[in-house]
Design a protein around this ligand. Structure first.
Ligand SMILES: [Zn+2]
Length: 325
């Protein structure tokens, strides 16, 4: 069925990931390009389109003849206009991503926030299925989140519902990239782990098993696979940083349950793909200890079934539904 195909493009912190799916959300083709975070919005969106075209070319298709196109941004999308006009990692503010896409492709491209779309994919056809109320947490460079409530993606005022990484769980706590202190993202994200590991190494005589070419005084981010290996090999400094993040995420998730009483919590993102098996028990213990009212057995905790693909798959679902999710 030619017309059931959709293209989804995920703008991530380190890579742009495009994929083509069929009506059953099966991935038929994909392509990746590194993200140049220093580029202007227009240049980045052009690279997103080129990456999409590369994935389509593998199926002998083009941007002009694909029926549905969706894209995910690491920033809020206005629920009224469906547009994204501000992203710190897109060279600034006050652009119209929708307009730039239209100028480059001649097509309408449906836009969504990355955490929202990852949660949408897991709800729709991944680990959240068949539940109606799903919270998604995506641990990567930062901590993304999303809320599906009674079967619909909750967008909220200014599209800012589900910014779960910026729930403040400790007054005066660690400084977050957003400028506030004590956000859960400042404990449970790769940027947070790197800072915590460096601080611990400065303060003690302990050593880390992380490779010196991947982790040093200047490191801002690190691939999940190196963290996972050091954790499994018994690196105490790495274990402490990640276990603290998982414990704090348990507190944040229990607080979120007091707000929305979900049926299911999905944990996803690159860190979960690499080491979900060691994060889950620490998370679960803390989550259960802080949960109010609902028996823990009534809330399903699931690891993402789409892994790194979740956000781009969510963009294809958004595009097929023409933004009405
Ligand atoms: Zn924050």
């Amino acid at each position: 069925m030619k017309d059931s195909l959709a293209l989804g493009i995920d703008l991530g912190g380190s890579k742009i990931y495009a994929m083509v799916t069929d009506a059953d959300n099966q991935i038929l083709a994909a392509a990746k390009t590194p993200t140049d975070s220093t580029a202007e919005a227009e240049a980045i969106i052009r690279t997103m389109v080129d990456t999409g075209a590369e994935a389509l070319a593998k199926l002998n298709r083009t941007i002009a003849d694909i029926p549905h196109i969706g894209a995910a941004f690491p920033s809020p999308v206005d629920p009224g206009t469906g547009d994204c006009s501000f992203a710190t990692n897109l060279g600034g503010r006050n652009f119209s991503a929708k307009k730039i896409f239209r100028e480059i492709t001649g097509r309408e491209v449906f836009l969504g926030n990355d955490g929202d779309l990852g949660t949408l994919a897991e709800f729709h056809s991944g680990a959240g299925k068949p539940d109606r109320n799903v919270i998604g947490y995506f641990i990567g460079t930062g901590l993304g989140g999303g809320l599906v409530i009674e079967g619909h993606l909750l967008k909220g005022n200014c599209g800012l519902a589900g910014e779960l990484g910026h729930m403040i769980i400790r007054k005066g706590g660690r400084r977050c990239g957003c400028g506030h202190r004590g956000c859960i993202e400042a404990y449970c994200s790769k940027i947070a782990y790197v800072k915590a590991i460096r601080k611990a190494l400065r303060k003690s005589s302990e050593l880390t098993l992380l490779p010196p070419d991947k982790f040093n005084e200047k490191t801002v981010n690190i691939k999940s696979k190196y963290l996972a290996k050091a954790y499994v090999d018994g690196d105490n400094v790495v274990r402490n940083a990640i276990d603290k993040g998982s414990m704090m995420l348990g507190i944040a998730a229990a607080s979120a349950c007091a707000l929305v009483a979900p049926d299911c919590i999905v944990l996803g993102g690159g860190v979960i793909s690499a080491m979900g098996n060691v994060i889950l028990p620490v998370f679960r213990k803390s989550f259960e200890a802080h949960l109010f009212g609902i028996p823990p057995s009534k809330i399903r905790i699931a690891l993402s079934s789409y892994g790194d693909d979740a956000v781009a798959v969510g963009a294809t679902i958004l595009a097929r539904a023409e933004g009405k999710v």
